[in-house]
Design a protein around this ligand. Structure first.
Ligand code: SF4
Ligand code: SF4
Ligand code: FES
Length: 318
């Protein structure tokens, strides 16, 4: 079959801006996008840069954006994304600097993974036996499936606005050690993950869960670590105050009081935070984005408060 592939090209050495180049290639029905790209490189354009190795969704090196969303191109068949012969657009991953064409720079990815201390920390003697239950280790299997492909990082909306955010891959890796029964550094790990750029900076957009080719579900691990951090007593954070204020507002009023949420999340004693918030408030005011100080009570507010109360009582019964 004839496949139409549009590739985003970029070569920093010639000073030209990134541009799209169209290719038409003859491929078999079951060809993957990686097969197509390799064929383009071998038969039509030897200057096309791309990265791959195993061709079997194991090494994690071939993540790219396909029609706007990150995928392993060795796992994705052309037919799957182009059932009627539509053009397939391939770009380098998002949230990564581009080295050339489809090859991205992974340094910041690896330094973030390194920042979470990705190894089991124990105080027991190396020769001593430390038995972990089957159940606790089986629980970790899902997160251990991560192949460090970076697809989740490519799509992360929090990283898009704040490059210092630790990001879904490194945080999922952090969970692998926080939840390991042999690790003796859980409290310290959670304390560190609770700081700025850690677990509370995730916007819970679900993008990382949707694109992960190994079902690692990074966002679910991040949310779990928030709960664990609270259990360990880390409550003096804007993230914790945000969740408390949010649920309190829903339980009491059946709606979200955004002004109160912003103030309480920042902390009423946090003077510099409140000044920053006032600046944002003034800017928002001029753009017409400030909610009314006394928002109206929606018609169905009572139903919402009743649901919240019922959930609360069900939780306390458990
Ligand atoms: S859920 Fe959180 S970590 Fe995952 S992509 Fe969205 S912002 Fe990033
Ligand atoms: S969590 Fe999933 S998407 Fe993210 S690096 Fe690991 S395997 Fe790739
Ligand atoms: S080439 Fe190894 S995962 Fe795609």
């Amino acid at each position: 079959m004839e496949a139409q592939i549009k590739v985003k090209r970029f070569n920093p050495e010639n000073g030209a801006k990134p541009f799209f180049q169209d290719y038409s290639i003859d491929v078999s029905e079951d060809s993957t996008i990686l097969d197509g790209l390799i064929k383009i490189r071998e038969e039509q354009d030897g200057t096309l840069a791309l990265r791959c190795s195993c061709r079997a969704s194991i090494c994690g090196s071939c993540s790219m954006k396909v029609n706007g969303s990150a995928k392993l191109v060795c796992k994705t068949r052309i037919k799957e994304v182009s059932p009627q012969g539509e053009t397939v657009t391939v770009e380098p991953m998002g949230n990564f600097p581009v080295i050339k064409d489809l090859v991205t720079e992974m340094d910041s990815f690896w330094s973030k993974v390194k920042s979470i201390d990705p190894y089991v920390k124990t105080n027991f003697e190396p020769e001593a036996e430390h038995i972990a239950s089957n159940e606790s280790m089986t629980h970790l299997l899902g997160v251990m499936n991560c192949i460090m492909c970076g697809a989740c990082v490519s799509e992360c909306t929090a990283l898009e606005v704040d490059s210092t955010f630790t990001g879904p891959a490194a945080l999922a890796k952090a969970y692998r050690f926080v939840a390991d029964p042999r690790d003796e550094d859980k409290k310290e790990r959670l304390g560190k993950l609770n700081e700025s750029s850690g677990v509370w900076d995730c916007s819970r957009c679900l993008a990382c869960v949707e694109v992960c080719p190994k079902d690692v579900a990074p966002m679910e691990r991040i949310v779990k670590m928030r709960d664990l951090a609270i259990e360990e007593g880390y409550t003096n954070t804007s993230g914790y105050r945000h969740t408390e204020s949010f649920s309190d507002s829903i339980k009491k009023h059946g709606r979200l009081d955004e002004t109160r949420l912003a103030l309480e999340s920042t902390g009423l004693l946090n003077i510099s935070g409140l000044i920053d918030l006032a600046v944002i408030g003034i800017k928002s005011l001029f753009k017409g984005k400030i909610p009314p100080p006394l928002p109206h009570r929606p018609k169905e507010a009572d139903k919402v408060t009743n649901i919240a109360k019922r959930l609360d009582s069900e939780e306390s019964e458990e």
